[in-house]
Design a protein. Structure first.
Length: 314
């Protein structure tokens, strides 16, 4: 069994996806320090307006290597990241403060986070040609035990909603574009907005390559990381492939939004298990220098086993 197994799994994961024949290459802003500070002030003012964070009152601004922190009353703080303009707010609540009195249905929790998102008009951050779509609900649960081993009832501490940005109907892949976390008493515990400011300009309109061609790039890249000519098919535990614009992360500068394929591959050999995230271009021309996710991971026992194993003889 060879890497044809992985190629088949990856290409099959995109079989039902609606992949356009062409997509715009979108220009992004490279924010100046003044623009970053204005963006951070707008963010904090929005939260203050709706009573979701303490009033700034000239709070301390502290500039660090890659982000600026605004220290607010009651232990709260807001951050703006210099490379991307990404924003984050964290309240002064402890992780177990203000739990929910009762567990709630997922549908009810989703309504709570969506109502707060509408109140804060978070969709405005997606830009004139973008939109936010609700993607997933997460819950933070806790349970204790006494010395005798008797466990307490499960407590719901936080509800977190995640949204994905879409530009021209194409998802922007990466971390959640918006993530909003609520405490049990309705207080905003955390909010992140990882949506890059756009110029509203189109650099180019590029043809999209087939998922099969994107999958071949992924297989070649993974084989190189493993130091092998092929990826043994019997090691592939799971593999998925997504199409969309690529966001390189809040700490990386980025000039354009360009289409790509992002693969999540899990390999297993005996007791070793290694997960990889691999991003490749979805256009003939390269518009972004894509990092090889996983190349900077410290090689551990599991990864070494996988890299050295030979394909099984069938």
């Amino acid at each position: 069994m060879s890497d044809h197994t992985l190629l088949h799994k990856l290409a099959g994961a995109c079989a039902d996806a609606r992949i356009p024949g062409q997509a715009d290459i979108l220009l992004l802003q490279t924010p100046t320090q003044e623009q970053l500070h204005a963006r951070a002030r707008r963010f904090v003012a929005l939260l203050e307006e709706h009573g979701d964070c303490p009033h700034d009152n000239g709070g301390t601004w502290q500039q660090r290597d890659d982000h600026t922190v605004i220290h607010l009353p009651d232990g709260a703080r807001a951050m703006v990241y210099h490379a991307s303009g990404a924003l984050r707010y964290v309240s002064g609540l402890g992780p177990t403060d203000a739990p929910f009195e009762h567990d709630a249905e997922r549908a009810a929790l989703q309504r709570l986070v969506e109502e707060r998102a509408r109140k804060l008009t978070l969709s405005d951050w997606a830009g004139p040609n973008g939109e936010l779509r609700f993607e997933r609900l997460f819950r933070t649960l806790g349970q204790g035990a006494d010395p005798a081993g008797k466990t307490s009832a499960t407590t719901l501490f936080r509800a977190l909603g995640a949204w994905r940005q879409y530009a021209g109907g194409i998802p922007v892949l990466g971390a959640a574009s918006v993530a909003l976390r609520l405490a049990g008493d309705g207080r905003l515990d955390a909010l992140s907005v990882q949506v890059r400011p756009a110029n509203g300009e189109v650099l180019d309109r590029a043809a999209i390559i087939e998922p099969q061609a994107g999958a071949r790039q992924v297989v070649t890249q993974l084989a190189t990381l493993l130091g092998q000519k092929e990826v043994p098919g019997d090691l592939v535990e799971s593999a998925t492939l997504q199409f969309g614009y690529l966001d390189l992360g809040k700490r990386k500068s980025q000039r354009v939004l360009a289409p790509g394929y992002v693969a999540h591959v899990v390999l297993r050999h005996k007791t070793g298990r290694q997960a990889y995230v691999l991003a490749v271009r979805a256009t003939e021309r390269a518009y972004l220098d894509l990092p090889v996710y996983g190349s900077e991971i410290v090689a551990g026992h599991g990864r070494t086993e996988i890299a050295r194993c030979e394909p099984a003889i069938r």
